[in-house]
Design a protein around this ligand. Structure first.
Ligand code: SF4
Length: 363
């Protein structure tokens, strides 16, 4: 398959694309696509195999990835090396990676329209990380907010990988010479560090890496069904994209609601309710208006509200379920896609690494 070499974009590992989709695409179309050359911009984005694809990750990022395949040259990466920095189940890791790959394909990523691969299948990521680590400031890494947070959360496992995580992210981005990076606010600090690393490298060894531009995006996050923060596999408060219709309802029916609605006649606030917030992310504008009215006036009950959401969630998941069934009927399909994707990604990555090594006197 053809490997394109146009100006790339990368989205950070496990990033939620936070701009409303149309806004993001419009920005890219107006600012990032060279209209005169009609070149397609490359998009590179990563997702950690910390669990399968749940609804929060789908509407926050992957749904948009699927749309972008027709407008951009996309590389989508399962960033398994990033996932090693916190405690994980090594024996179950391959199954997780393959499960996530299956989910991504079922969610609409099409290997004929994008490159899907696993980070560790392209060893250039780890090799470039080492090269970049020699121009990375230890002080800057220690100041990263995410490092401090994770070090706090995982006090019994503060490892070097956790500290060097942003250098691997920089390698992910720079390996594909990203031109711009759509990131959420929680990742913007890492992208700034990537730029600093590129600057330091170029200053010392000559111009190899473009400094990626930031597209700061606004969150489209789904709350967890328990009402305790965002939907997250580690909290067990998710709807998985491969849940059956029965499983979806079994999760939605007992989900927490606005605590102010103790009785059916009590008005509530959808902004203080996970169900209401999910409506705002998934349901049509008309339905959102109806839910806002019904909740704040006690015009509808919570079960009716959940039934509407249930229908909308299942309408979103039905095509994913159909594609999953087709994929599962072909046992070697996912493995073949990942093998082919790694070869195609590697053709790009190897060229960049060669340039970096030549600049550093290693070749
Ligand atoms: Fe939540 Fe809907 Fe009940 Fe309002 S009516 S509290 S939005 S479930």
């Amino acid at each position: 398959m053809e490997i394109r070499t146009e100006t790339p974009i990368r989205m950070m590992a496990d990033t939620v694309i936070e701009l409303p989709t149309t806004e993001l695409v419009e920005y890219m179309q107006t600012e990032l696509v060279d209209a005169s050359s009609r070149q397609r911009t490359r998009v590179f984005s990563g997702i950690q195999p910390t669990g399968g694809l749940h609804l929060g990750r789908y509407v926050g990022a992957v749904e948009n990835w699927a749309r972008m395949q027709d407008t951009y040259d996309c590389l989508y990466c399962i960033v398994d090396l990033h996932g090693l920095t916190i405690d994980y189940d090594a024996r179950g890791y391959q199954a997780r990676i393959m499960g996530l790959a299956t989910d991504l394909l079922a969610a609409g990523l099409d290997p004929d329209r994008c490159i899907i691969f696993v980070q560790s299948h392209v060893p250039e990521h780890a090799e470039l990380q080492w090269l970049l680590s020699t121009v990375s400031s230890l002080g800057a890494l220690e100041r990263m907010t995410q490092y401090k947070d994770k070090a706090q959360q995982h006090q019994d496992n503060i490892n070097l990988g956790l500290l060097a995580y942003p250098v691997l992210q920089a390698a992910d981005i720079l390996l594909y010479k990203a031109g711009a990076v759509p990131v959420g606010e929680d990742q913007s600090q890492h992208l700034e560090l990537t730029r600093e690393i590129a600057r330091r490298f170029n200053h010392r060894f000559g111009e190899v890496f473009p400094e990626p531009q930031t597209i700061l995006t606004k969150a489209k996050r789904l709350p967890g069904l328990d009402g305790l923060g965002k939907m997250s596999a580690s909290k067990g408060n998710v709807i998985d994209v491969n849940d059956t219709a029965e499983e979806v309802w079994a999760k939605l029916r007992p989900a927490v609601t606005d605590p102010a609605r103790k009785r059916r006649t009590d008005p509530g606030n959808p902004n203080l309710c996970p169900i209401g917030l999910m409506h705002y992310a998934i349901s049509s504008p008309e339905q959102q208006e109806y839910i806002t009215w019904g909740c704040t006036t006690a015009g509808i009950g919570c079960i009716d509200c959940k039934k509407i959401l249930n229908e909308n969630v299942n309408a979103l998941l039905d095509p994913i379920r159909e594609r999953r069934a087709a994929i599962e009927a072909r046992p070697d399909y996912v493995r073949d896609v990942l093998r082919d994707g790694a070869e195609r990604a590697r053709a790009i990555a190897a060229q960049t690494l060669r340039e970096a090594k030549e600049a550093m006197g290693l070749a």
